[in-house]
Structures are given as structure tokens and as C-alpha cells.
Design a protein around this ligand. Structure first.
Ligand code: ZEM
Length: 291
């Protein structure tokens, strides 16, 4: 009879509705835990999804969001990943609540949720990532170094398979969140609304005057007018480089164009190296808490 009952129930195959429940649980925690940082875990959740995905190398088809290998010391301890334990710890109770979802699918779903809940565009999603062991950890140095210039940006994002336009679109994520001296060493937010997705990053890049910040920390820029905003050397590279700059101008002028191209590029980032069973035309779009 025992076997019979198990057979009647069958193996649990989660569907769209089940993933929407996970989305809703992340959204609820985001709304409730509003004491953190600028009032939201949203930015650090997005940074977790990005750093999980941004290790992808198209030549060897290694890295990417499949595997969630940042759980393990070698990769979790990479300098670029400093501070992301806050995001992983935030998600742990949700993983316990929905043990059927892989960490790798959960991290990306949370990135999607963070963007949408911070009033960004819809990001279509497919599940299918499987957790892998520490032998799949990527070598250090695959994520971008903020002290570098446009040739470094092209080398890093080119390795993932992105073009100039996509590199600039992805960088608009810096409308969100801030730098922390105890994580990257840099300090401050890029915009005045770091928990709301906007095209302000591009507008501020073009409209403000940026000067080197005078301090003992790593070389970064501050806005001359208020000295309360920051830009990394890699951010300024986007307006120094002619090809990058045309896209900065396009996005500064039209938030709708930015949202569309950001959504397309992030979707691609989040899917790098994942062997999906679900077809491209079968992606899901989750309902936001305010829909
Ligand atoms: Zn970031 N990023 N990033 N980024 N990033 C930081 C923070 C955040 C670079 C970078 O060095 C840094 C993308 C691209 C690039 C986010 C999303 C995305 C920080 C500060 C640094 C130093 C970390 C800290 O101290 O907490 C560089 C050099 C990039 C490319 C050249 C892309 C692409 C992103 C997503 C699509 C987000 C959301 C944050 C804010 C995190 C937070 O905790 O507030």
C-alpha cells in the first residue's frame, strides 16, 4: 500500500504556478525586510544573479548560472563576490520552504523578482538549472574589474558573447544599489533612487560633471554638484568610448527603449550555459506584486 500511495501521487513536477509561488515568497520577503541597506535586498539579489551568470565562457561553455557553485568556498571567496553571502542568506529560508527548486534556479528567479519588484521591466524566465558540486567552480578573474577601461569591458563581456549594445544595456543595472567599502572598497550609490529601476544611470553619466573623488580608497568618480553620487572607472568608460556612448545616449533619451533592451540582455545573461529542456518560446512571465 505504501508503494501504491507513492505511485498515485507520482513525482512532483513543478509548474508555472509553483514558480510563481516562489516568486511571491521572494517578493514578500523583499517587502518585509526593508531595514537592510537603502531599504531593500533587491539590488544585492540582482548582483547575486549577475555574478552567478557572469562567469560564463562561450569557448569552453563553462561557468554561468547553472550549478550555483558560488555556494562553495573557492568561488564564494573570490574578491568580486564579497558581500553576496547577504543575498544567499536572505534566500535560505525560501529554499527551505520550496526544497524542490535548485539553488541555481532560485538565484536567477530572485534576480528576476528583484528587477520586477523594483519597478523594472518584465524578465521572461525558464527553469532548468541543476546544482553542481565544487569541481564546477570557475577560476577567479572572470568577472569585471571596476578599475579598468573599455577594452577590459569588451574582453569580459565578449567572452560571454555580448555585443557593445548589450554591454551598455546591462550596465544600466547600476541605477540600482550601491558600493560598500567593506565589500568592493568603493563607496556610494550611482543614483538618487537606488531601489527603483530607471534610466537615471545614463542620464547622470551624461548630465553631471564627474571628478576623481579625493580619498584614500580606490580610484572612483564623484558628481561635482552634490558629491553624493559615484561612478566607477568602468562606468565612465561608457561615455568615453564612442560606440558605447551612442547607446548611453539612446537609453538616456528613452526609458522604454532601455527597459526593452535591458530585459532582452538580462534574459540572455541569466540563460548563458544552461541546458534547458523548455523551449525558448515557452518562457514564463511572472506576475509582480503590484500587477
Ligand atoms: Zn555591478 N558592481 N558591475 N553590475 N552591480 C557593483 C554593484 C552592483 C561592476 C562592478 O565592479 C560593481 C554589472 C556590471 C558591473 C550590480 C549589477 C550589475 C559594485 C559594488 C561593483 C564594484 C559592490 C559592493 O561594494 O557592494 C563592473 C565593473 C561591471 C561591468 C563592467 C551588471 C552587468 C549588473 C547586472 C546586470 C548591482 C545591482 C549592484 C549593487 C549591489 C548592492 O549591494 O547594492
Amino acid at each position: 500500500w505504501f508503494g501504491q500511495a507513492a505511485k498515485a501521487k507520482g513525482p512532483f513536477t513543478p509548474k508555472y504556478e509553483d514558480y510563481q509561488k516562489v516568486y511571491d515568497a521572494v517578493a514578500k520577503e523583499l517587502a518585509e525586510k526593508d531595514e537592510y541597506d537603502d531599504g531593500s535586498y533587491g539590488p544585492v539579489l540582482l548582483r547575486l544573479a549577475w555574478h552567478a551568470s557572469g562567469t560564463y565562457d562561450k569557448e569552453t561553455n563553462t561557468g554561468g548560472s547553472n550549478g550555483a557553485t558560488m555556494r562553495f568556498a573557492p568561488e564564494g571567496d573570490h574578491g568580486a563576490n564579497a558581500g553576496l553571502k547577504a543575498a544567499r542568506d536572505f534566500l535560505e529560508p525560501i529554499k527551505q520552504q520550496f526544497p524542490w527548486i535548485s539553488y541555481s534556479d532560485l538565484w536567477i528567479l530572485s534576480g528576476v523578482c528583484a528587477i520586477q519588484e523594483m519597478q523594472g521591466p518584465k524578465i521572461p524566465y525558464r527553469p532548468g538549472r541543476a546544482d553542481r558540486d565544487l569541481s564546477f567552480c570557475t577560476p577567479d578573474g572572470r568577472l569585471p574589474d571596476a578599475s579598468k577601461d573599455q577594452s577590459h569591458i569588451r574582453a569580459i563581456f565578449g567572452r560571454m558573447g555580448f555585443n557593445d549594445q548589450e554591454m551598455v544595456a546591462l550596465s544600466g543595472a547600476h541605477a540600482l544599489g550601491r558600493c560598500h567599502t567593506d565589500r568592493s572598497g568603493y563607496d556610494g550609490p550611482w543614483t538618487f533612487s537606488p531601489t527603483t529601476m530607471t534610466n537615471d544611470y545614463y542620464k547622470l553619466l551624461l548630465e553631471e560633471k564627474w571628478a576623481w573623488k579625493k580619498w584614500n580608497g580606490p580610484k572612483q568618480f564623484e558628481d561635482v554638484k552634490t558629491k553624493s553620487l559615484m561612478m566607477l572607472p568602468t562606468d565612465l568608460a561608457l561615455i568615453k568610448d564612442k560606440s558605447f556612448r551612442t547607446h548611453v545616449e539612446r537609453y538616456a533619451n528613452d526609458n522604454e527603449v532601455f527597459f526593452k533592451e535591458f530585459s532582452d540582455a538580462v534574459l540572455r545573461l541569466f540563460e548563458l550555459g544552461v541546458p534547458f529542456a523548455q523551449a525558448e518560446d515557452q518562457r514564463w512571465t511572472f506576475k509582480s506584486s503590484f500587477d
